[in-house]
Write a protein that binds this ligand. Structure first.
Ligand code: HPA
Length: 233
């Protein structure tokens, strides 16, 4: 069974996707661009041209195309800001829960269904084992706060969030919730690319710098994903 991975632009051009074939999948929510290898179905979250902003990502089509291709296990690779001084940029976090107080996509527009969300514990444990074997600094749990994209947060918002969560990002809760709705197993590995706004008082937050730092963390992330493909059946 192929593993599904949804990741950012930083994974393009890596060994993970060597020899991958392009594919387009049509779903009732729209089309998805994918890269497929013998072991992996990869969805670049920001599209082929890497220009889909976070608030316009078609999460429903992305998750539905995994379902259509028979993928059952999905790893989300996301970029996050740290809400805690101890969670330093360049580390990896495997969240065990999430908070999303805003609108979230759903596949249940025409029937009344209320899923109970969560992250897949078996997949989480596998990610943690793999990272430990590779001797990587990894936080084995953490609460992910999903914010409203595309803007970053105000200092006051971060001050609120830090009391309840460990990292902040724009994608994971949407993907995890849809995965639950579609019966897919989903876990996330987050690369910490910055301290969130105001966590370090004097630091000015700049999205361009976050993107640069995301490509630095890519190396560790890629190593974990390559190993995961070997161990996940
Ligand atoms: N806030 C929201 N999303 C993010 C951040 C952040 O600081 N860093 C990376 N994704």
């Amino acid at each position: 069974m192929k593993l599904g991975v949804i990741g950012g632009t930083s994974l393009f051009g890596t060994k993970l996707l060597e020899g991958a074939k392009e594919k387009e999948v049509e779903t009732k929510y729209g089309n998805t661009y994918l890269l497929v290898t013998d072991e992996l179905v990869f969805i670049p979250r920001h599209g082929k041209a890497t220009n889909i902003p976070p608030h316009r990502i078609n999460y429903r089509a992305n998750l539905a195309s995994f379902k259509l291709l028979g993928v059952e296990k999905v790893i989300g690779a996301t970029s996050v800001g740290s809400l805690k001084r101890a969670i330093t940029p360049r580390s990896l976090v495997v969240p065990h829960d999430y908070i999303c107080l805003y609108n979230i996509p759903t596949v249940y527009d025409d029937e009344i269904v209320h899923v109970t969300p969560g992250l897949d514990d078996g997949l989480r444990r596998t990610i943690i084992e793999v990272a430990n074997k590779l001797d990587m600094a990894i936080f084995e749990q953490g609460v992910y706060f999903q914010t409203v994209a595309p803007r970053l947060e105000t200092k006051a918002e971060i001050n609120f969030m830090r009391n309840y969560a460990d990292v902040v990002g724009m994608n994971m809760a949407s993907e995890a919730t849809l995965a639950t709705e579609l019966g897919l197993r989903y876990a996330d590995i987050s690369t910490v690319d910055n301290y969130a706004h105001g966590i370090i008082e004097a630091e000015v937050l700049d999205y361009k710098k976050i993107v640069e730092d995301a490509s630095k963390s890519r190396v560790d992330l890629e190593k974990v994903l390559i190993k995961l493909i070997e161990v996940i059946e």
